[in-house]
Design a binder for this molecule. Structure first.
Ligand code: ZN
Length: 125
């Protein structure tokens, strides 16, 4: 188990909040002492640190935020992000294919329509 904690800037009378990131082999957990820091809600402090941004960090270990980012890459969270990115790419490819297929379908329809017109024309001659 590895652990990093950061002091982050608070917006009210509290001098600071503490964000703690813990990593074991496959899991990453993030806790924050702010009022939105419960286990189920992701507050802005944790979100920004998990995204590798030191925006709220006031402790002198700002450089460690980059370590968190490398942790994220090797956990289930990183895998989920990777999967989502991959799925997004596949979706884009599928959309492109659909666009191409739609264009081909339209061309085939036009061809059929032209052939029908030619046939009608030939029958009327
Ligand atoms: Zn927080």
């Amino acid at each position: 188990m590895q652990e990093l904690s950061f002091r982050v800037q608070a917006s009210n009378d509290t001098p600071h909040y503490t964000v703690t990131i813990q990593k074991d082999e496959h899991h990453l957990t993030a806790h924050c002492s702010c009022e939105n820091g419960g286990a189920n809600a992701l507050c802005k402090h944790r979100l920004s640190i998990l995204a590798g941004k030191a925006k709220w960090v006031i402790s002198d270990n700002v450089a460690d935020v980059k370590r968190v980012l490398s942790w994220v890459a090797w956990t289930d969270l990183g895998e989920a992000i990777l999967k989502a990115t991959h799925a997004q790419k596949r979706l884009k490819e599928a959309e492109k294919e659909l666009e191409k297929a739609t264009a081909q379908c339209k061309a085939a329809e036009e061809e059929a329509s032209a052939a029908r017109d030619a046939l009608i024309h030939a029958m009327n001659d």
